[in-house]
Each structure stands twice: as structure tokens, then as C-alpha cells.
Ligand binder design. Structure first.
Ligand code: ADE
Ligand code: ZN
Length: 345
């Protein structure tokens, strides 16, 4: 491989095909759409303008973000709103050369406001079908439980979603991590597994490495969302590496929520060097400063030890970690090889 300039590397990062596996659709709600939907749905907002709302996006930790994120989601009321939200994300994802996206949604945030769960799922599923037909993106939904609420609510949410079972491929666990360990959700994850759903969970973002271990042991998750705090426990790192348990890491999110002071201090290079199946994702792109390509480009700019080999590894990891069949993965790998071969020529 010839040496690429940093500008050429950034172009390659943008151009390479990739899967996005950690993106909350409510976190892709841009301020402009918040204001448009608020007006259309007659929802009062405590901000005078798009600029005033954006100015409030200065977070000190996960909870300070979640408070604003749930307030923003309050403008989503109708099936068409959920369609528009997800479609706007898929258009941006296509521009970033995302070939496959497994996106999170938080039904309890909406059902608590009286929105029928079927309207949420149908609106999102409609956007997924159109993304596949028109943008050639494999688009799948993962239903997340809010961990600050009781497990009984999660169990009721899963049962309420079952008439739309064909529209989601898995369940996840998000919201306030500290004080809400994975084992709180043992029964609902057991039920999800029984239903043949994929299972993932946020763990080790703000919470301790023990939460990563219990997500694996108790919830039997197939991927860990974030997981960066595994580095505090070398035995856990070894275990994750040996089993190739994917970590869906979100660099810009980690800086905005003060998990790391700067991108230059992000420990993704160590995670990769330890042989972990790390992927790069945008988490809540409307709130954290950018979509998946922005995460790649800023991360590589901040960390000069990351080069072409790491770029290709991260894209390959995203395919390895996706919930799709081996033949589809092999097709993406071929595309990836072609893009890198062209860059080397
Ligand atoms: N919900 C949306 N983004 C989240 C994050 N980064 N962590 C936990 N819950 C979330
Ligand atoms: Zn997340």
C-alpha cells in the first residue's frame, strides 16, 4: 500500500463501505426537524429558536444529554413523523457510504406520551423498506428498553410490540447506565432470546466493567454498545478479544459526554491493538457533532497512529459484527477490498 496523505486517508474513510450498528434514531432528530414537527403537531418548545436549542447542547455527562434528548423526542407524535425522522437519517447514511444500518429506537419514550407503539414501529419500518429499495441500504430496527424504568415496563413493551415482530431484529438496553445494571433486565432478555431476537446492550460507557461482564453472562448479549471501560479489566479485554464480541464504539459521543476529555485521548487504538472487534458509530449524530463519517474523519485526524490498515479493519469489523448472513458479509468484504485496492493503485 502506498503512503496516503492525511487528506487522501480522510477521503478513503468517507468512501469506504461500512455498516452502522449503534445509532439511536431519536438521536438523529436535527433541531430544524424538531421545530418543524413542533409546529405541525402543536407542541410547545422551551427554546425560542434552532440556534437557542443548539446552544443548549453542552453536556457534562450522559444524564445531562438524556434530559435534552427526551425533551427533543416529545415532538414525535404521528406515524409520519417517525417515517420522516428515519428517512432523513438514511439519506445521510447513504451519503456516508453506509451499506447497512441497524438502528435503535426507544418505544417507551413515545408510548409514555400516548403514542401507539404500532405507529412508532410502522413509521420506522416504512423508512427501512424505502431505504432498501431506493438507497440500497440494508436497514434494520433494534427495539431498546429504557434501563431507568422497571423491568416490568420493559416486559410489557416487548409484549406490546409483538404484533410487529417481523419489523425488528433484536432488542437493546439504553438510557441512564449507572445504578441500572444489566441483571435488572434478566427476564426480559431471556424472553427476547426465546423469541429468536438478537440481543445487545449498552455497557461500560459510564458504568463499570462489571456491567460488561454481566451483560455477557446474564443477558447473553451478542454485542456490547460502547464498552470502552473494559480497558480497566485486562481479563475482560482478553475474554472479549478471544470471543470477538463486537464493541460498537462512538468516538464523538464519548467526548461530548465527557467519557474522554478529547478525541486525542480516545483509547480506540488500544482496543483495536488488543484484537477486539471494535466498530465506529455515531450514537446520537444530531447531538454529538456528526454522522458516522464525521466520527471516522475526526478520530483519525486526532490520532495519527491510525492509518489505512486500521481504517480497513474498522470497516471489516462493522461487517463482521452485523446481524446478516455470511454471503451478504462476503459481498461487502469484496466491495471493501476493491475500494482499498483502488486507493493503493
Ligand atoms: N440513549 C441515546 N444515546 C444513549 C447513550 N449514548 N447511552 C445510553 N443511552 C442512550
Ligand atoms: Zn447509544
Amino acid at each position: 500500500m502506498k503512503d496516503l496523505s492525511r487528506t487522501e486517508l480522510a477521503a478513503l474513510l468517507r468512501r469506504m463501505p461500512k455498516a452502522e450498528l449503534h445509532m439511536h434514531v431519536e438521536g438523529s432528530l436535527e433541531p430544524e426537524l424538531i421545530f418543524r414537527l413542533a409546529e405541525r403537531n402543536g407542541v410547545a418548545l422551551p427554546y425560542a429558536s434552532v440556534e437557542a436549542l443548539r446552544a443548549a447542547y453542552a453536556f457534562t455527562d450522559l444524564q445531562s444529554f438524556l434530559d435534552i434528548y427526551y425533551a427533543g423526542a416529545s415532538v414525535l407524535l404521528k406515524e409520519a413523523d417517525f417515517f420522516e425522522l428515519a428517512w432523513a437519517y438514511f439519506e445521510r447514511a447513504a451519503a456516508d457510504n453506509v451499506v447497512h444500518a441497524e438502528i435503535f429506537f426507544d418505544p417507551q419514550t413515545h408510548t409514555a406520551r400516548g403514542v401507539p407503539i404500532g405507529d412508532v414501529i410502522q413509521g420506522l419500518a416504512h423508512a427501512c423498506r424505502r431505504a432498501h429499495a431506493e438507497l440500497r441500504i440494508g436497514a434494520k430496527l433494534i427495539l431498546c428498553f429504557l434501563r431507568h424504568l422497571p423491568e416490568e415496563d420493559a416486559l410489557a413493551t416487548l409484549e406490546a410490540a409483538l404484533p410487529w415482530r417481523e419489523h425488528f431484529i433484536g432488542v437493546g438496553l439504553d438510557s441512564s447506565e449507572r445504578g441500572h445494571p444489566p441483571e435488572k433486565f434478566a427476564r426480559v432478555f431471556a424472553r427476547a432470546r426465546e423469541l429468536g431476537l438478537h440481543v445487545v446492550a449498552h455497557a461500560g460507557e459510564e458504568g463499570p466493567p462489571e456491567y460488561i461482564a454481566s451483560a455477557l453472562d446474564v443477558l447473553q448479549v451478542e454485542r456490547i454498545d460502547h464498552g470502552v471501560r473494559c480497558l480497566e479489566d485486562p481479563a475482560l479485554v482478553q475474554r472479549l478479544a478471544a470471543r470477538r464480541v463486537p464493541l460498537t464504539v462512538c468516538p464523538l459521543s464519548n467526548v461530548k459526554l465527557c467519557v474522554y476529555p478529547t478525541l486525542a485521548q480516545h483509547r480506540l487504538p488500544e482496543l483495536l491493538a488488543a484484537g477486539l472487534c471494535v466498530t465506529v458509530n455515531s450514537d446520537d449524530p444530531a447531538y454529538f457533532g456528526g454522522y458516522v463519517n464525521q466520527n471516522f474523519v475526526e478520530l483519525f485526524e486526532a490520532l495519527p497512529q491510525l492509518g489505512v490498515a486500521q481504517a480497513k479493519q474498522l470497516a471489516a469489523n462493522s461487517f463482521e459484527a452485523a446481524f446478516v448472513d455470511a454471503a451478504t458479509k462476503a459481498g461487502w468484504r469484496q466491495q471493501l477490498d476493491e475500494v482499498f485496492a483502488a486507493a493503493a493503485a
